[in-house]
Design a protein around this ligand. Structure first.
Ligand SMILES: [Zn+2]
Length: 100
């Protein structure tokens, strides 16, 4: 697998993760504001479980491709530019590849 293919996989994982985290926190915020039904509770639990499974599977994929996100790096995995510790790609690379 070449670097461009790895980059595509990474961007897919990254975008999907951001999307799921946003969905989770929006749902969490809605639940906090009022009393909730059992259905909403189950929906939230299912969403959370989907997210956990996603993190587990993509963690294995990243490890297999030597892109392990737990690496204590603070450089962009695409261009090597310095970035804050909780990020994997710089904003320039993110903007460039998110359109793919
Ligand atoms: Zn970069």
């Amino acid at each position: 697998m070449n670097n461009q293919e790895k980059t595509l996989i990474f961007m897919y994982i990254y975008n999907q993760r951001v999307h799921m985290e946003r969905e989770l926190s929006e749902r969490q915020a809605r639940l906090r504001c009022r009393s909730i039904s059992e259905t909403e509770c189950i929906e939230y639990a299912l969403l959370h479980e989907r997210y956990n499974t996603f993190r587990e599977v993509t963690g294995h994929i990243m490890a297999l491709l030597n892109m392990d996100e737990k690496k204590p790096v603070n450089t962009c995995i695409i261009c090597g530019r310095e970035i804050s510790k909780d990020l994997q790609v710089c904003s320039r690379c993110y903007k460039r590849y998110k359109r793919v």
